[in-house]
Design a protein around this ligand. Structure first.
Ligand code: ZN
Length: 313
């Protein structure tokens, strides 16, 4: 099938070492866990192996059981509109997380609408794209919804209020500028846009995309570059630990992190926001993982742990 990956890197290998040194210093969890995983004999054929990293990485802040946040949250829970719902007194009580399931299963039926240009501050770009799919036809737009729902369940158990930019409850979109506005207007404490990549066979692994410093028109990321990096580093580290998947071997120089200035969903955000590319749908081994409900649960757990760590810091 043909798919336009304007929200993604073009297919084919692209190597960048610029983030390696910085991320090695700033992502101790991710990088250390990755080294431990490799040292334990991990390779691309082994699939998820969580044990070596889980046993070796210290417990993150902000997970359930941390006394401080839940104690203060429960004191105010009775006055909160969310009182009484499961997790309302959890460590993320009072936090708003916007989850953006990438693309929309209906986008392919609305080419004119999703190809219409919208203003992303620095330039104009297509409203949205169809996303990619595995060779077997598992669509990225279905993957992103499934993982996002799993993530919502996990975050709500910790007390967060979770809002979706869409839930396949509209014929197409939203457009990328609307997706950004959604997080802004929700005054989200954190936003994650969930994706899977469409790259060449042999390109494997996950990466988290952070906003670059961008100013132009309505785009000004100066206030979110720092916090978004903090959010993204935690998600990368916990995603690695939860899934056992390796950081991307084709983006980010092995750090699992990339920085981009061409994504409207990041450029127009005024709240901390990252994208995650959970794997490469066009690679058969990654596709097998992405197609597994068990693996998707681990992926959602990694994201929830990373978001929880960031919000509970
Ligand atoms: Zn995507």
């Amino acid at each position: 099938m043909s798919y336009d990956e304007n929200q993604h890197r073009p297919t084919g290998p692209r190597r960048s070492a610029r983030g390696l040194v910085v991320a090695a210093a700033l992502v101790p969890v991710a990088f250390t866990a990755w080294l431990l995983w490799q040292g334990a004999g991990g390779d691309e054929d082994r699939g998820p192996v969580a044990e070596p990293t889980a046993a070796s990485v210290s417990e993150p802040a902000g997970k359930p059981g941390d006394a401080a946040p839940s104690a203060s949250a429960s004191a105010s829970a009775s006055a909160s509109p969310s009182a009484g719902r499961p997790g309302a007194d959890g460590p993320l009580a009072g936090k708003v997380v916007v989850v953006d399931p990438g693309h929309n299963p209906g986008n392919f039926r609305h080419p004119r609408d999703i190809n219409a240009l919208v203003n992303i501050g620095t330039n104009r770009k297509e409203c949205d794209t169809t996303g990619t799919a595995t060779v077997d036809g598992y669509r990225e737009a279905d993957f992103t919804l499934d993982v996002s729902r799993r993530l919502r369940t996990l975050l709500e158990k910790q007390g967060a209020r979770v809002e979706f930019t869409h839930e396949s409850d509209r014929p197409f979109g939203p457009c990328i500028d609307e997706r950004a506005r959604f997080g802004n207007e929700a005054k989200a404490d954190a936003v994650i846009s969930v994706h899977a990549d469409g790259s060449a066979t042999g390109n494997r692994g996950f990466h988290v995309i952070l906003p670059a410093l961008v100013k132009g028109g309505a785009a000004d990321t100066s206030k979110i570059v720092g916090p978004s990096r903090g959010l993204g580093e935690r998600i990368a580290g916990h995603f690695l630990r939860a899934t056992g998947s390796a950081p991307s071997n084709y983006v980010g120089g092995g750090t699992g992190l990339d920085v981009r200035k061409d994504l409207g969903g990041l450029n127009l955000s005024t709240v901390p926001k990252v994208f995650i590319e959970c794997g490469n749908m066009r690679d058969p081994k990654d596709a097998a993982l992405l197609s597994s409900p068990d693996w998707r649960q681990k992926a959602a757990q990694g994201m929830a742990d990373g978001i929880g760590s960031y919000l509970g810091r």
